[in-house]
Design a protein around this ligand. Structure first.
Ligand SMILES: *Cc1c(COP(=O)(O)O)cnc(C)c1O
Length: 394
């Protein structure tokens, strides 16, 4: 394949390009077929070439693509209503990516602090967190590899280990000016690390007690992936700020910051904006995805297929000592090995399966939510064989 010389080398790319897709399948330019068990990193819940989604894009693009947030956008209001119903939140800001959704969340939290007379507001964020690559969201992110060379980072973030309530209490007692706690209910980029339900409930209680905003980053976990519309709905909590992006547009770039509870009425005209956010075309895409998630029972399917894959891999790999844990919720799964296994990405691709490996040791699966029984069985069979071979050879 010809090496492109005009792309800034911010990604180390695999030597493969896709020509078209259908359902969970991608076809490369040489005509080879792959089961896409990563969905463009949790972006395509409906898979590729979903008929109703494609139709919605065609129809809206023939009618009106962009106006401006200077005017009211009926489709945007319709999508806002649906997403608020699905999350029990009250209002939405429309942006174009997960990073931007989190940037909005951070701004709301700071304004919330300033409104309370706190001049240097601090947000508690987690070890292992990934919130994006803009200066604000990068500062909230944990990975020092992502941060190196980009100092000075933004101040106003305090770090705590995940699933450690005492650590948060310690942050609160040692820092004045804490206004919010921000976390992913299941950390995706750092290797499928779930918060326990009891931890989330304790964090919510601390937020209530100290009048803090609970900010959940569901950029990756949202939109049905874990078996509920949003993964916080597996526990008895309700955030003040909720962000999502990735799966909500099935590949149309969009991200949102939803507010409720203590975050309502914080932002006023002029405080934030977006040229592209929530355009008629983006909103039509988002509405088509929302409709398909409900009409095609994709949350139930994510739960069922995810349980099946997790259980089968746990059983099939139980005797392999290098397999530490198979974990996750719905169709957001991680298989942690005790040995580096980045090479499995290439070995799986050679067998027609697209996966990623996070932090060098966690195989990540994020297949489309439309996956059927024979397709999920193919993931199980291919991975079982691959992981067994890989671990035995070491
Ligand atoms: C991917 C991701 C982001 C960043 O989203 P972009 O659309 O790439 O800007 C933020 N938070 C989480 C949890 C993510 O998985």
């Amino acid at each position: 394949m010809k090496k492109s010389t005009h792309i800034m080398p911010t990604y180390k790319r695999y030597p493969i390009a896709f020509d078209h897709g259908e359902g969970v399948w991608l076809y490369d330019t040489a005509g080879n077929k792959y089961l896409d068990a990563i969905s463009g990193i949790a972006v395509c819940p409906l898979g590729h070439k979903h008929p109703a989604f494609t139709q919605a894009l065609i129809e809206q693009s023939q009618k009106l693509i962009h106006t401006s947030n200077l005017y009211s956008i009926p489709l945007q209001e319709e999508l806002a209503t649906k997403l608020c119903q699905d999350s029990d939140m009250q209002q939405i800001f429309f942006a174009n990516s997960g990073t931007e959704a989190n940037e909005a969340a951070i701004k709301v939290a700071r304004m919330y602090g300033h409104n309370k007379g706190i001049s240097l507001p601090q947000i508690i964020v987690m070890e292992g967190a990934f919130h994006g690559r803009s200066m604000g969201s990068l500062s909230a992110t944990y990975n020092t590899k992502h941060q190196e060379g980009f100092a000075p980072l933004l101040e106003g973030f305090v770090r705590a280990p995940l699933n450690d309530v005492a650590a948060i209490e310690k942050c609160l007692s040692e820092n004045s000016g804490i206004v919010a706690i921000m976390l992913e209910p299941i950390q995706g980029e750092s290797g499928i690390n779930p918060c326990t339900a009891s931890y989330l409930e304790s964090v919510q209680a601390l937020c209530d007690q100290h009048d803090l905003l609970l900010i959940l980053d569901e950029v990756q976990t949202g939109n049905g992936r874990t078996g509920k519309y949003f993964s916080f709905q597996h526990s008895a909590i309700q955030p003040d700020i909720l962000t999502t992006a990735k799966g909500m547009g099935n590949g149309f770039p969009m991200g949102v910051c939803l507010i409720g509870g203590r975050a309502v009425d914080v932002m006023q005209p002029g405080h934030h904006g977006s040229t592209f956010g929530g355009s008629p075309l983006a909103s039509a895409a988002g509405l088509a995805v929302n409709k398909a998630i409900h009409d095609e029972n994709l949350m139930q399917n994510a739960q069922r297929q995810g349980d099946k894959i997790r259980q089968a891999l746990q059983d099939n790999l139980a005797d392999i000592t290098a397999v530490k844990e198979v974990r996750g919720l719905g169709l957001m799964l991680g298989i942690e090995l005790s040995i580096p296994c980045g090479e499995l990405v290439n070995l799986a691709r050679d067998k027609g399966l697209l996966i990623t490996v996070q932090m060098d040791k966690v195989i990540r699966l994020l297949p489309p939510l439309i996956i059927n029984d024979s397709e999920s069985q193919l993931i199980i069979d291919t991975l079982t064989q691959l992981i067994r071979e890989f671990c035995h050879e070491r």
